[in-house]
Design a protein around this ligand. Sequence first.
Ligand SMILES: [Zn+2]
Length: 141
Amino acid sequence: MYRQLVGAEVRLQFNKGEVTLEYFTPEELQCSHCQKDGINLEFMERVSALRKQLGFPFIVTSAYRCPEHPIEARKASVGAHTTGKAIDIGVSGLNAYKLLIGSLNAGFTGIGVQQKGEGRFIHLDNIEASEDRPRPWVWSY
Ligand SMILES: [Zn+2]
């Protein structure tokens, strides 16, 4: 992954396929603990298509996390975010409703909903099903 400045907009480009993602910056997709780039291209193309369709900003609260990220390190086995095929989007109310419908229609198979108190978000992923993490699946936090 590398960066390109297009006017005032920072665009995210992947070497593989030369795909440009308009709506996300490299900083918000990388591991917040070590700044490693590990997001998956095909996954982000799906997220971007949904972002374009829904027409409101996606506030990324977490995307790629390396296995040493504190949240992953304390789990029994590392989670969806370490595959680069998971994202948490800060959203509530009407936009959460729109994001839920849109993500189901878009084929996201892991959907986690946190809509209580502060820090409301919806988690989307497309990881392979495993014993620990069956897919398709919906859960709350
Ligand atoms: Zn890290």
